[in-house]
Design a binder for this molecule. Structure first.
Ligand code: URA
Length: 433
């Protein structure tokens, strides 16, 4: 089999066979097929798509590119969740300790930042010493003992996704339903949990631009999950503006900690409560949404959710002092106040551009080899629906480098105003079962 033939076949809109997909994934992981050829195939898939059978074969080939964790000897239901990616999306950092504090066992496999979106792994690594590369044995021990562990895909677990993810990030091939669905579902299936909640985002700051596309991606992933015996559900949520206020790794960890103290932004807390309620029902910890929400609120009020985050950080070698004193997290040298240049109601906030601007000052990667500057980012002070007067602070920019004129102009273009009051768009559009 020659890889060039596979590229050309997909380029011409033909269906690949299971053997061709297996040849691709095996060859790429072994190093026999180079990045440039895989980039070409990903671009062909981006334009030509794949049918459900090809997506299932691709997921299966990626899943079997490494070890599959077996959690069946840990008693009880083990849960996982995954977001398709957004701006300011620090949900896993607050949500997983919240549900774990309610007694649900969470075995979470996360990803890194992709394109303009941040990744949970980069965020937790802003906590000094936090180890995301647990061995399978350590991962299982931690899920069993404290009910919460967070790892990344490694050279043992879904190595194919580890390589493909980094390549797609820098080759304009992220926004593809077959590639996103197989990337997410191979990780979810490899981490061994029984239930999966997918937060599928749509809007300017998401990879799927419309609720309809997001629903299509959700249904594709639900079909794969359910077919393999996992209780898989999805929520379709709005990413037209950033989630919460903070964009940038350590800044988001701070906001997640504040949320666990019930001092976080309302939209972010609401997303965690909605997602948490579904997870607790999937895990048979709660009978209905009202009792699930009451349990989650109690986990926050009692301090148990924050304590669960502390336990995970300690277990994974992180400096828990940074959780107890978030001002010790990495921070930028300068905080610049960005002041409004006119009056009006914020009608739109360009999440995609804000995510890109945060990336440009170091919060994300431009190329695969870039290292992240954990301390930098943007903290919004005004969001969709807020009234702004000229001179009000729109946002604080945390930066180690001076902001260029172009950056500043782009920042101001992110805010679109209206003279009349505007409605806040609903955060959760739909639950798909
Ligand atoms: N999250 C993932 O894990 N993979 C993708 O392709 C997109 C978002």
């Amino acid at each position: 089999m020659r890889f060039i033939d596979i590229i050309e076949k997909k380029r011409d809109g033909k269906k690949l066979t299971q053997q061709e997909i297996q040849f691709w994934i095996k060859g790429y992981v072994d190093g026999a097929i180079p990045d440039y050829q895989v980039s070409a195939l990903c671009m062909a898939i981006y334009f030509q798509g794949m049918d459900n059978e090809e997506i299932a074969w691709l997921t299966d080939a990626m899943l079997h590119s490494g070890d599959i964790i077996d959690l069946s000897d840990i008693p009880g239901i083990k849960a996982d969740k995954h977001s398709t990616g957004g701006v300011g999306d620090k949900t896993s950092l607050s949500l997983t300790p919240m549900v774990a504090a309610c007694g649900l066992k969470v075995a979470k496999m996360s990803g890194r930042g992709l394109g303009h979106t941040g990744g949970t792994l980069d965020k937790v690594e802003s906590i000094e010493g936090f180890n995301i590369a647990l061995s399978e044995e350590q991962f299982k021990k931690q899920v069993s003992e404290i009910g919460l562990a967070l790892i990344g895909q490694t050279s043992e677990i879904v190595p194919a996704d580890k390589k493909l993810y980094g390549l797609r990030d820098v080759t304009g091939t992220v926004q593809s339903i077959p590639l996103i669905a197989s990337s997410i579902m191979s990780k979810k299936l490899a981490s061994g949990s029984d239930t999966i909640l997918l937060d599928v985002k749509f809007g300017e700051g998401a990879f799927m631009k419309t609720p309809e596309e997001a629903e299509k991606l959700a249904s594709t992933m639900i079909a794969i999950g359910n077919h393999l015996g996992k209780d898989t559900k999805a929520m379709i949520s709005n990413m037209n503006q950033p989630l919460g206020n903070a964009i940038g790794n350590a800044l988001e960890v701070k906001e997640a900690i504040a949320t666990l103290k019930d001092e976080g932004p309302a939209d972010f807390k609401e997303l965690c409560m909605s997602a948490g309620a579904i997870m607790l029902m999937q895990g048979k910890i709660a009978q209905d949404e009202a009792s699930a929400r009451a349990m989650l609120q109690e986990a926050i009020t009692s301090g148990n959710a924050l304590q669960k985050l502390r336990e995970m950080v300690i277990a994974q070698g992180g400096n828990v002092n940074m959780i107890d004193h978030p001002e010790k997290l990495p921070h930028a040298a300068n905080v610049i106040e960005m002041k409004a240049e006119c009056n009006g109601y914020v009608k739109e906030l360009d999440a995609l551009k804000l995510g890109t601007l945060a990336m440009l000052i170091g919060a994300g990667r431009r190329v695969k080899e870039d290292t992240i500057n954990f301390g930098v980012g943007i903290v919004l002070n005004k969001k969709d629906g807020d009234y702004v007067e000229k001179g009000d602070i729109l946002a604080y920019v945390h930066t180690d480098t001076p902001l260029s004129d172009e950056w500043i102009e782009d920042f101001y273009r992110c805010f679109v105003y209206s003279d009349t009051p505007t409605q806040k768009a609903p955060l959760i559009y739909k639950i798909v079962k």
